[in-house]
Design a protein around this ligand. Structure first.
Ligand code: HEM
Length: 371
């Protein structure tokens, strides 16, 4: 009996049709995740859904010299509404599930609308960059996220079709998130390809988001935010060659639990002054969480919503949202001095975008900036 049971899986018996024919009751129902409203004060795909969907495709494009941003963005917003509602024939019948599409405009377009507007400034250069000209900057970001990875290229094709020859694609990146790990208050964060839980600290409460995430004004941008995208290759083999204690010293947190090396739980604030009896910092001087700490840097909180990459190389598509570009630039400038993590990174794409305020049927996407 036992022998028969063990071999059953590899014999012709198990392949014989009809032997385990599924009954109606056993037919699995497709699991369709909860929809995310595309309209409202803020665009979807930034603070919502929480947790973020497992799959992302970012498409960065330029606008042709004669293309007017106002009508183009309005059309994209309209297409986003029909795609998210599942009524767009270009979706080819696929259920949209928790699809979100989030649109941002690059500094060149923002400057055309107003040189003093948030989002009008390009990102400066930083250390450890190897960025091809076409992977730096760009006029338009279309960030597509969904639990179903099949949706991403289909939705990108629909939106690029809508834009036609008004836009020219520069680069695109697909990426995914690891399993969600509970952090606190129902919040979760995934692990990154270095094995560490990523996305713990950030503007998570409504008050923090009002203060550090959403732009309060001027009216043309209120409800929007600023995005930074940095594609970072990671030297996985060099990092894996470190002992676990050395890996933890790079970040300043425990790998398994996410707790700071100064003690407590994953939700505890790192105590940067805490020392060992012989006077060494528990969170080392060059640990990432010390170099990137908002209080140490003197900057606000950034909402990090990064995804892991495989192609063109294993790494991270770092994505942060903040209402002041200085939050990102001051943090990375402070990291550039001595952050232990940077030794394992090479940045191969870099861009910043003004993520437009939310929209609805009566207020088309981008209308307050380009209307
Ligand atoms: C491949 C590159 C990177 C990896 C793998 C990485 C990973 C991590 C991890 C694991 C943490 C600790 C847990 C957490 O709070 O989420 C963290 C914290 C943080 N990272 Fe990064 N990060 C990277 C690049 C960056 C960059 C480029 C910035 C911004 C310039 C940044 C800003 C931050 C900030 C602000 C924190 C929170 C620090 C704190 O207050 O404890 N990170 N990062």
């Amino acid at each position: 009996m036992v022998a028969a049971g063990l071999t059953a899986g590899c014999t012709a018996d198990s392949a014989r049709p009809g032997r385990h024919a599924p009954t109606a009751a056993a037919t699995p129902k497709p699991v369709v995740p909860k929809p995310v409203a595309p309209t409202g004060r803020h665009q979807a795909g930034i603070a919502l859904p929480q947790p973020a969907q497992g799959n992302l495709l970012a498409v960065v494009a330029d606008l042709g010299a004669t293309a007017a941003p106002g009508p183009l963005l309005a059309e994209l917003g309209q297409a986003i509404r029909t795609l998210a509602a599942g009524t767009d024939p270009r979706l080819l019948g696929l259920p949209p599930g928790d699809l979100t599409v989030t649109v941002g405009v690059g500094p060149r377009l923002v400057r055309a609308a107003g040189a003093a507007l948030p989002g009008a400034v390009d990102l400066p250069r930083f250390s450890r960059e190897r960025i091809a000209a076409r992977a730096r900057g760009g006029d338009l970001l279309i960030q597509i996220c969904a639990s179903d990875p099949l949706l991403l290229p289909v939705v990108a094709a629909a939106l690029l079709d809508q834009a036609g020859d008004r836009v020219h694609e520069r680069w695109r990146q697909s990426a995914r998130r690891g399993a969600n790990v509970p952090v606190a208050d129902g919040r979760t964060a995934p692990r990154n390809p270095l094995g560490f839980i990523d996305g713990i600290v950030g503007p998570h409460t409504t008050a923090e988001q009002q203060r550090d995430l959403w732009l309060a004004g001027p009216a043309a941008v209120a409800g929007g935010t600023l995005a930074v995208l940095r594609r970072m290759e990671l030297d996985l083999s060099r990092f894996a060659a470190l002992s676990v204690a050395e890996q933890e010293a790079v970040f300043g947190r425990h790998r398994a639990s996410g707790a700071p090396l100064s003690g407590g739980t994953i939700a505890s604030t790192p105590e940067l002054g805490a020392k060992t009896p012989d006077g060494r910092y528990l969170v080392p001087a060059d640990a990432h969480v010390r170099r990137a700490n908002p209080t140490v840097v003197g900057a606000g909180l950034m909402l990090r919503r990064s995804y892991s990459t495989d192609e063109p190389a294993p790494g991270l598509l770092f994505i942060s949202f903040q209402n002041d570009l200085r939050t990102f630039t001051a943090t990375l400038a402070h990291m550039d001095v001595s952050d232990a993590l940077l030794r394992f990174t090479t940045t191969t794409a870099s861009a910043t975008f003004l993520m437009l305020p939310g929209f609805d049927r009566k207020h088309p996407l981008g209308c307050r900036l380009f209307g």
